[in-house]
Design a binder for this molecule. Structure first.
Ligand SMILES: Cc1ncc(COP(=O)(O)O)c(C=O)c1O
Length: 315
């Protein structure tokens, strides 16, 4: 999925992503090859292929997880696998591996990865079937994992804050596709992200059909108002983000008041602080929202949460 200025270990970074996020040369990734696991085996990247008849490719019919690993250990793996299983159940996709087998696959892939710190994508597609969207004749879901050394966010964005816009493209509602399903369908997020890039911004915030804030194109959103941390409830159209959950846990521990509450663009424009959360992005402060300066970026609440987050992932 498109993250804030994401580059991969082959150095591939689109010109548009590059201009949007200005990856600095000091952050350029190493050029070690990514590691792939496909249907039970570690394989060379060039052998990690799925069929052109796979409905994951033809229709975005499948589910996935993006998982970070730090110091050779997957972060919140159990939560990621639980979300993957729930996403798969929600679309009636039977994953041909137990949670234990998937755990082992993830661990084996990390052990073979070019670096002890990186990012992995665990994907389950509907598998090969006849042309036509009906999945009933797709009998062999494909499961693969890609592990790579990724540097998602530029130093500029991390220290000075991201510029976000509110996209014209709306988040699909739960009556269309439940936001808790992490599916291979990201087209409306991609369109929103393109709007951000075209506007010279780093990220797009998607509104739900009622015009309230849902989330970023690949991240959840938090604001701080009068010392209180606020984020939209998942039902407003946000993925039930694992980083979001970690931030809420940290807030509770640090006794920072927080609420899950519907937010309007007004709340974002008048926030004291704002930041984005995601597996790839971790915690990213926001400096501008549709041209309005967010007064504290990075702000004091962000600093406390980000420091605690860093401690958790490095422990
Ligand atoms: C649409 C969307 N929202 C939020 C997130 C953040 O979720 P997490 O913290 O689990 O990575 C992601 C991550 O990929 C995402 O794609």
């Amino acid at each position: 999925m498109v993250e804030l200025g994401m580059a991969n270990s082959s150095g591939a970074l689109s010109a548009t992503a590059m201009s949007a996020a200005e990856i600095s040369t000091s952050e350029m990734p190493t050029r070690a090859a990514p590691v792939c696991w496909l249907n039970g085996k570690l394989v060379a990247p060039e052998q990690a292929t799925v069929s052109v008849f796979d409905h994951g490719l033809l229709y975005g019919d499948g589910v996935f997880e993006g998982i970070r690993f730090y110091n050779g250990k997957p972060f919140r793996l159990q939560a990621h696998l639980e979300r993957l299983l729930l996403s798969a159940r929600a679309i009636a996709l039977e994953i041909p591996y137990s949670i234990e087998a998937l755990t082992q696959a993830v661990l084996n892939t990390i052990a073979a990865a070019p670096s002890a710190n990186g990012y992995m994508r665990l994907v389950v597609t509907r598998g090969v079937g006849p042309l036509g969207i009906d999945p009933s004749r797709c009998h062999a879901p494909q499961v693969f994992i890609i592990a790579d050394a990724l540097h998602m966010v530029s130093e500029r964005v991390r220290t000075q804050g991201a510029k976000v816009i509110i996209a014209a493209t709306r988040r699909l509602g739960a009556d269309g596709l439940d936001p808790r399903i992490k599916s291979l369908n990201y087209l409306n997020h991609i369109l929103a992200r393109m709007e951000a890039t075209h506007a010279g911004a780093d990220e797009a915030i998607l509104l739900n059909s009622a015009g309230r804030i849902a989330e970023g194109s690949a991240d959840n959103i938090f604001i701080v108002k009068k010392g209180e941390l606020l984020t939209p409830p998942v039902i407003e159209g946000a993925l039930d983000g694992i980083t979001r959950q970690v931030v809420l846990e940290i807030a509770e521990k640090l006794q920072i008041k927080f609420r899950e509450v519907p937010l309007a663009p007004y709340d974002l424009f008048t926030a004291d602080e704002c930041f984005l959360t995601g597996t790839g992005a971790e915690l990213i402060p926001v400096g501008y929202a549709d041209g309005r300066a967010i007064p504290h970026c990075p702000g004091p609440v962000y600093h406390r949460l980000a420091a605690a987050f860093k401690e958790i992932v490095s422990s």
